[in-house]
Design a protein around this ligand. Structure first.
Ligand code: NOS
Length: 541
């Protein structure tokens, strides 16, 4: 570096600017800056102006509505403020491209799920002990549909009339919910509390990653009985697609947990195999696409695909069974059915708490064999692994990043700890391994205390593609993608609308769409994007 003391102030300023620009040119959106349309450039300025205003007015200590308030603060305590901001309102209209990291079991608002379940007379509920004002705080309900011949005549979960562990019809349990527990509304609040994470848990009672994961895992134990019932599941997927489209998402790659092997049929028997889930998924795509067409929004929804997942808690032999089922599904169902992009078991992943469950190395022979089997069969099911969703530094869970990359992962789910790895960052950049980042999920699961400490800027500053994702919005309350985009936008001075546009573009670019479908999706997105930018630009006129 030149000796600064021999420079004039003007020379120094010029040098400084060039120095900063040289580094900024590594950023992911850099190439776009040279080709921005007028509308894009103006929209970016407008958004920055509104962000600065709201930082002064809303996200400031002067706002007495909240304590310790700042942009990018804890999501669960700021959500009610976020939804009232102009910036959020703008982002809800932004075309988001693809949603690439979404666990299907947590994609529909819990109130909607509760409503769907209460319409089903087969749905039953039980608790390990009779409910009381004190036990309700820690009591987890279990749901299951029962065949008609096994419908229970019990009507309450509380008091001396309840035999612990007995099933009660859900509708009756709700109607008879005791006054002292809040009546039917108390029932709803209790169930929803068991399906979601609240601020007191995330930021008080369960403040560490391990503790909050206990609560998080419980939400899935409760929701599974509500969701894995054919009549609910088919409505649930449609609802997921519809609400995603409303938030500007045009294409989805959903992770489905095939761990349970079967789900319940309409009559209440647990016999529906995975291949039928796939058919229902495909049907939901068709239905929602048709709805879009009928309402003059043809093309708003391009389709969805499945990433086959199972949980990293099974034995290696069991995981091999799942890889075989994944291959069988891939062979049975083509990517395109009746001219529509519908389904393919396009990727494989292992999910669950990385820190406490098995690392990828535990399944090494099976994971290598899976690749070999694909060669034998002449099919391709890429790995799209969760890796590095941890605070560990060199722990077995953290080392999953090495294995994910060595096994050829197409993208990395989370990659929270990737920022610690100079070599891996370089490889991700060179090979175009996109990172599915889930900032709100990471904050609620206590990997970061707030958004300004999240590593997303490190990844985009290296020029690595990022797809922004919601992970489990039913549990976290970050429905759609607008909340995650919001948190990213307000936590960085550098990131503006241009970067958000790049992230949305990359979500399609690094999807598993085939080249033709991808080109179409990108061109449709580009059109919506320019239209959106024109609208935003007028807000600052
Ligand atoms: O962020 C995550 N990391 C790892 N696993 C997850 C995450 N979110 C959800 N699941 C896992 O997906 C299954 C739902 O079908 C659950 O088992 C849950 O643990």
């Amino acid at each position: 570096m030149t000796d600064a003391s021999v420079l004039s102030v003007q020379e120094y300023i010029t040098k400084r600017e060039a120095f900063i620009n040289e580094e900024r040119s590594l950023r992911r959106e850099h190439a776009r800056l040279a080709v921005l349309s007028d509308a894009e450039a103006q929209a970016d300025r407008v958004v920055r102006k509104i962000r600065a205003e709201e930082a002064r007015t809303i996200w400031s200590e002067e706002n007495e509505a909240a304590e310790n308030i700042f942009p990018g603060m804890e999501f669960l305590t700021s959500r009610d403020i976020i939804v009232k901001t102009r910036l959020f309102n703008i982002l809800t209209k932004m075309p988001k491209g693809a949603l690439l990291h979404a666990h299907l079991d947590a994609m529909v608002n819990t109130r909607t799920l509760l409503r769907l379940a209460l319409e089903q007379p087969h749905m039953h509920i039980r608790v390990p002990n009779a409910l009381s004002a004190s036990s309700i705080k820690t009591m987890l309900p279990e749901f299951e549909v029962r065949p008609k011949e096994e419908w229970s005549t019990l009507s309450t979960l509380a008091g001396a009339f309840y035999t612990p562990g007995e099933w009660v019809p859900m509708q009756k349990a709700r109607e008879s919910f005791p006054e002292e527990l809040g009546g039917p509304q108390g029932f709803d609040a209790w169930v929803i509390g068991c399906l979601t994470i609240n601020p007191a848990e995330a930021y008080g009672t369960h403040k560490t990653t391990d503790k909050i994961w206990e609560k998080f895992a419980n939400t899935f134990r409760v929701s599974i009985g509500l969701i894995r019932y054919q009549p609910i599941w088919s409505q649930y997927i449609r609802e997921f697609f519809r609400t995603s489209v409303e938030d500007g998402i045009s294409y989805i790659e959903a992770r489905i947990n095939f761990g349970p092997k079967t789900m319940f049929n309409a009559e209440g028997h647990n016999v529906v195999p995975a291949r039928e889930w796939v058919l229902m998924f495909a049907e939901a795509i068709q239905v929602v696409k048709q709805e879009m067409k009928d309402s003059g929004r043809d093309g708003a929804f391009l389709g969805a695909r499945i990433i086959y997942t199972t949980i990293r808690m099974y034995t290696p032999d069991e995981v091999e069974w799942y890889t075989e089922e994944c291959l069988a599904l891939k062979q049975e169902f083509p990517d395109i059915i009746a001219g529509e992009l519908l389904y393919s078991s396009l990727g494989f992943d292992l999910v669950g708490h990385e820190d406490s469950l098995y690392p990828l190395t535990y399944y090494m022979p099976q994971l290598l064999r899976f690749k070999e089997r694909q060669k034998e069969l002449g099919i391709d099911v890429p790995y799209i692994f969760h890796a590095g969703e941890t605070l560990g530094d060199g722990t077995p869970a953290e080392n999953n990043l090495y294995d994910a990359i060595l096994l050829g992962t197409k993208r990395i789910g989370h990659g929270f700890s990737l920022a610690k790895h100079p070599k891996l960052l370089q490889i991700c950049k060179e090979r175009g391994i996109a990172i599915e980042m889930c900032p709100i999920s990471n904050e609620i699961l206590r990997l970061t205390s707030s958004m300004p400490m999240h590593p997303l800027p490190i990844i985009v500053n290296h020029g690595i593609p990022v797809a922004l994702c919601s992970d489990d919005p039913a549990v976290f309350g970050n429905m759609g993608l607008s909340f995650d985009y919001f948190q990213v936008l307000v936590s960085s001075e550098l990131t503006g609308l241009t970067m958000l546009g790049q992230i949305a573009r990359d979500s399609l670019e690094y999807s598993t769409l085939n080249p033709e479908a991808k080109a179409e999706a990108l061109s449709a997105w580009e059109q919506s994007w320019q239209k959106f930018c024109k609208e935003v630009a007028t807000l600052g006129a």
